[in-house]
Design a protein around this ligand. Structure first.
Ligand code: DOR
Ligand code: ZN
Length: 331
């Protein structure tokens, strides 16, 4: 099977030795990735963003891979955004403290307060990517954020708003109600529910934010992805954490899926959908939504071949560790 220009529209590459370890997986299999800005010091400055992009390109060696860079949301003035826009793919908004390295996120969704930055982003056509969770009971956090998405969508009709890593049926439905709402869906949320995380023996390597939900939620996500629905894009949220920060009390949130994404997706779509819809989900929908064009196409070939996922890459445990997969990305 061939995939044209696979895109990962939500990717954590970290920095330094972790960047060096994880970037080659995405760079080999994908044409481009939307790089998350939640480094230990969040990315809020253009020079810092450009330097980070250089480090990413270096870590990707000579692979044909484009890092699409994002800034961490805060109040940015028009002058700054005018200058920044050519270096930027989007701006990512985190509610304060909701997940890894998000303490500097926003603590109020007061529209008047957000207005100057969001209006300028609409005018400059800079998409807003949102980690949509409130501080409520963990299983309700995303569904309760729906009202904030609605407020944003109504108040900023020209703003492209991406609901990141959706996990609930509520948001699958909301996606269809507002023209300017889009969504990314991870691989793991197409495959697991809360049962897999804590239903039996607890699996810290499946603990992530938003937490995996109920079967009916997973089914709604699968329905969007497998039908190739045009407003849903693949975004892995591949989020590596060293083993000692996962297998401990106070486990960090994140699933490291980068090494297995395409083989697992191909198998899922072969079983539940078809190649055309996989191409839409993995690339075409995002290209249309974000008006992405590439000078040169990257064709990624997947061969039917059994291989076993490593138990660890460096000191990071991957999604599907030790499992046998039936497709392999050709070298
Ligand atoms: O599980 C997650 N891990 N969810 C996020 O939103 C952030 C990510 C990370 O950076 O580790
Ligand atoms: Zn993320």
């Amino acid at each position: 099977m061939k995939l044209k220009n696979p895109l990962d529209t939500h990717l954590h590459l970290r920095d330094e030795s972790m960047l060096a370890l994880v970037a080659p997986f995405s760079a080999k299999d994908f044409k481009a990735g939307v790089i998350m800005p939640n480094l230990i010091t969040p990315l809020t400055e253009i020079d810092v963003l450009k330097a980070y992009k250089e480090r990413i390109l270096k870590a990707c060696k000579n692979e044909d891979f484009t890092p699409l860079m994002t800034l961490f949301f805060k109040d940015y003035d028009e002058q700054f955004l005018e200058k920044a826009k050519d270096e930027l793919f989007a701006i990512k908004l985190y509610p304060a403290g909701i997940t890894t390295n998000s303490d500097n996120g926003i603590s109020s969704f007061d529209i008047e307060k957000l207005k100057p930055t969001l209006i300028t982003m609409s005018e400059l056509n800079i998409p807003l990517l949102v980690h949509g969770e409130t501080n409520d009971f963990v299983m309700d956090r995303e569904a309760n954020f729906a009202k904030i998405y609605e407020k944003l969508a109504k108040n900023f009709p020209k703003l492209k708003i991406v609901m990141e890593h959706i996990t609930t049926k509520v948001l699958c439905d909301l996606l269809k109600d507002y023209e300017n709402l889009y969504a990314t869906i991870t691989l793991h949320h197409l495959m697991i529910t809360l049962d897999d995380v804590v239903g039996g023996k607890m699996d810290p390597h499946l603990f992530c934010k938003p937490i995996a939900k109920r079967y009916e939620d997973k089914d709604a996500l699968c329905e969007l992805a497998f039908s190739g629905y045009e407003k849903a894009m693949f975004g892995s949220d591949s989020a590596p954490h060293p083993l000692h920060t996962k297998e401990c009390c106070g486990c960090a949130a994140g699933v490291f899926s980068a090494p297995v994404i395409l083989p697992v997706l191909v198998e899922l779509f072969e079983k539940h959908s078809n190649e055309t819809n996989l191409q839409k989900f993995i690339s075409d929908n995002a290209c249309k939504i974000h008006n992405l064009k590439f000078e040169k196409d990257k064709i990624v070939i997947l061969e039917k071949q059994e291989w076993q996922v490593a138990q660890k890459y460096g000191d990071v445990v991957p999604f599907m560790a030790g499992k046998t997969l039936n497709f392999k990305v050709a070298n």
